[in-house]
Design a protein. Sequence first.
Length: 110
Amino acid sequence: MAQKIVEELRGRTIKSFLDILILSQLSEVTMSGYDLIALIHKKFDYLVSSGTVYSTLYSMERNGLIKGSYEERKRIYVLTKKGMEDLQSIKRANGEIRNLLRNILQLKTT
């Protein structure tokens, strides 16, 4: 039972933070949607659907966070200046995000 809850929570968390995960990965290397799906599966042992990834990529592209272009029949995404600025803001808010999660889970710090 506990394992099922953890698996469900893992999926919900990955989907909720998918845009941040994409920004973070694209800050290091350009990737296709398929590459992102494979990376998430390898890194988090969770298979996110292609529909979820591609709809997030399209939304991020419309918002100017990433830019896609075709290379040999694959759409490759790169981080834009706006995407990098947003990622830096998120990184600066790391402590606040951790505190929010800690408060949600009502964990006490030692």
